[in-house]
Design a protein around this ligand. Structure first.
Ligand SMILES: [Zn+2]
Length: 102
């Protein structure tokens, strides 16, 4: 079943804009229909709503839920530390870039 962005936002208690972003980046299954040049309509597959807050831990691959799934990348603090430690040791370019901007 497809629901509108507004309905999906209400169910998930997030902004309709967030719903649109999540459809775009694949977190939610759905389609973005272009109605007019500046107007789009978002349709979300309701079965994907249950997985909206799920993220996969970069360290152990465990699926965990988070209120801010776009930002959450680790299931726990320990795994974050482990991942960053290894990344730093291996000279991960994303970490270096992050360092440089600080
Ligand atoms: Zn983990």
């Amino acid at each position: 079943m497809l629901v509108s962005a507004r309905e999906a936002a209400k169910i998930l208690k997030v902004d309709p804009k967030t719903v649109k972003t999540w459809v775009k980046n694949g977190r939610l299954k759905g389609t973005i229909l272009r109605i007019m040049v500046e107007k789009t309509e978002v349709k979300v597959e309701s079965t994907s709503l249950v997985h909206a807050f799920e993220s996969k831990c970069l360290w152990c691959g465990k699926i965990f839920t988070s209120r801010h799934p776009g930002l959450a990348r680790y299931c726990c603090r320990k795994h974050k530390d482990l991942y960053l430690y290894r990344a730093k040791k291996n000279g991960d370019p994303t970490i270096r870039r992050f360092k440089k901007t600080r």
